[in-house]
Design a protein around this ligand. Sequence first.
Ligand SMILES: NC(=O)c1ccc[n+]([C@@H]2O[C@H](COP(=O)([O-])OP(=O)(O)OC[C@H]3O[C@@H](n4cnc5c(N)ncnc54)[C@H](OP(=O)(O)O)[C@@H]3O)[C@@H](O)[C@H]2O)c1
Length: 347
Amino acid sequence: MSRPTQYKRIVLNSRPEADIQPDTFRTEVVPFNLKPDKGEALVQCTWLSLDPAMRGYIRDVRSYLPPVQIGETMRALGLGVVVEAGPGSKFKVGDYVSGTWGMTEYAVMKDKHLDRLVLAPGIEPIDYLNVLGTSGLTAYFGLKKIGELKAGEVLVVSGAAGSVGALACQLGKAQGATVYAIAGSKDKCEWLEKELGVDKAFNYKSSTFHADIKKIGYLDVYFDNVGGDMLDFLLTRLKKDARIILCGAISAYNATKPKGLQSYMNLISQRAKIQGFIVMDYASEYPAAIAELSKGLQSGTIKRKFHIVQGGIEQAPIALPMLFSGGNTGKLVVKVSEEPRGAKVKL
Ligand SMILES: NC(=O)c1ccc[n+]([C@@H]2O[C@H](COP(=O)([O-])OP(=O)(O)OC[C@H]3O[C@@H](n4cnc5c(N)ncnc54)[C@H](OP(=O)(O)O)[C@@H]3O)[C@@H](O)[C@H]2O)c1
């Protein structure tokens, strides 16, 4: 493969106080001097995942991962193809891989930081950024380990038309729960009901939202992607022994100081449990979960939806705020490049 003379990467330029700003990131064009060493591989990025967690990565606070520093390449999960293998690398040119190389067109990665994609009929590489990646695994482990959802229970999912939410809805239905979805538009609610088969979807921007939710009665499990006022309201809708899965709090990610909860005493009266989790804590159990989720994809019982942003890596910081304004339905990804010649798989 002929090498370019330069490549692009997106670095953190400044820390936003609230919403991500046009100058939060900047593009750097750097000379191409990447060469894999022993046990390393040079990867060409083909797809990037855009995730709400990125707002947290650029906040200078203690969290489950260190903050991205000013001037550093922005952290991001990607898919790509090995274009050169270093001496003794377990990867070969053309292998399809995933890894957290960040918002960059090319990266040299240590073998141990790359995963070779397992592809089978009915599985596309891009599924590893959605059903078989963080989103699917988060929905799977959130429901299983924290929600302990059982057949016949009532599950409510917020952020339901997003990547994690849409999978939580489908896994909940597959498990025999009654699933109520909450999303931010009529179109999203229609998609959730007609395509994903939830029992009913509610538009939280409707003036009758609170009254509408009250009509469904009380819930056993709440899969919370949103936090804030939505969580506060749903804490008033708990059955006895309810479980609240604190997956995310997107409504608060841009806030300087998130609001506190008013309704938490319902946790006491209803003997309810509320627990946060980080999906990567279950990494040792990923292979079994991916095998199960793959079967769902192959049989068609799990449906995937992508919101694809074309136009290369420079679109990544422009598209990222879409997650906070509700512009996406399904998994938000950026197409960074076409697969280089020699790649073993086609999309
Ligand atoms: N705990 C973990 O390990 C883990 C792992 C992955 C993701 N997460 C969390 O899971 C959640 C979903 O992530 P995702 O990747 O699937 O993103 P996503 O749901 O695909 O995209 C975000 C969606 O959130 C909704 N939203 C944005 N601002 C909102 C607000 N103020 N109130 C209500 N809804 C709002 C928007 O849809 P609407 O049109 O419906 O508003 C938007 O489309 C995030 O909170 C994320 O941080 C947690």
